[in-house]
Design a protein around this ligand. Sequence first.
Ligand code: ADP
Ligand code: MG
Length: 469
Amino acid sequence: MDNGSGHPTESGAPTGVMEGAVAPQAAGSFHTLGLSAATLAAVDRAGYTTPTPVQAGLIPRALAGIDVLGQARTGTGKTAAFVLPILEKMMHPGRPGGPRAIVLVPTRELAVQVKDEFEKLAHGTKIHCVAVYGGKPIKGQIDKLAKHPAVVVGTPGRVLDHMSRGTLTFGAIEMVTLDEADRMLDIGFRPDIEKILRRCPDSRQTLLLSATVPPPVQKLATRYMRDPEIMDFSVNELAVETIEQRYFTVDPTRKFDLLERLLDREQPRQAIVFCRTKRGTDKIYEKLARRRSRSRDRGAAEEVACIHGDLSQSIRDRVMREFREGSVRILVATDVVGRGIDVSSVSHIVNYDIPEFCDDYVHRVGRTGRMGREGIAFTFVSPEEGPQLTRIEIRIERLLKRDEIEGFEAFDRRPKPAPVEHVPTGGFQRAAAEAAAGEAAPEAEEPKRPPASAGLGKGRGPKRHRRAL
Ligand code: ADP
Ligand code: MG
């Protein structure tokens, strides 16, 4: 995040464009949202009985033609919240020539997921959706676009590519959706998005979905949306009661052993192990696969896979498919790719490396406990990373529970780690109080990052706070 994880706008405090945000409505029935019988049948077929709050809030407004900026954490059903109104609109005749709706997403995986949701909900209609994203030969996409799909979903880079080739035109666009807008801006898609938006007719409707609304997202909304209605569904986003969150303190050299012991103890239905780097992801994957292939259970090695941005698109697609189908049980992933993963049977998240940014923590943990299912997240913390853990706790307004594996030596017997001040309980409250008091804490700051304020006052990070490690 270019604003850092602790930007005040993420605190839920009303700032700028978020002022006057509409409180989320209680979810009721899909029948009261203004959807046609055909669309209701599709919803029914998809097995959705009750709209999620973001769907209940967004759908009626989107159907009314209003521009909406919806802020909601991952796993809250945002895809159907914009797919259903698009479908509804596409059932009425529109201008000929080019697609009528376009959805921009940050990653290839998300493009595929959104397209799948479209196909699921558009089943039995003549409304077609084509996904365009990099890493796949452009020719096949050109052929599909030539068949005039009503809806195109894609990553901004590839959409622009098609635009410059003339294989995609924007003159007939009635609806633009920016999904995961914060992430798209994070990874540098702003110029591409702006070029695309400028090509779309002014009369279009724009929907913007984002987990957070930092200033760059606000600016985009102010510039390219028409008097948008702001709906903030994030108020309770972090009180995800179904997700238990724990941490282990561990020496960096003992992390892999801890991972193995933890997987043995937990026997996860499906787990994602998050690493900070692509190389680290590869390494952990290789070690896991190797050790498991030596184990008595000969199928165990195949149950492990890894995914990151350096892998070819066909490998990424295959891994995601196997993970979704359940043949891959343990997926080692980086943040960028792991973020969009929507596999509702993920029971365990392991933050093998503590996330660099607090928002990444929220996103990683949001991979489990999807749609109210139970989930558990573990974070490995080295003694030096105590301040990062504290910052995460301030961000999520919750203390992580400390966990231990019986008989496991989390530290080498050799030189002990630097002694840390023991704060038996209430480290979070204390950090919060100090943060609120506005004290500077140079030693608690991460490099290259603005100070964390994390929703508990505009102060800087905790002063001389030492995590109870
Ligand atoms: P988000 O985009 O907010 O991260 P998704 O749109 O990916 O969330 O939805 C998460 C999961 O919830 C998906 O598997 C989706 O099929 C499912 N889902 C969405 N809406 C509903 C609903 N109303 N009832 C049940 N499941 C739903
Ligand atoms: Mg989504």
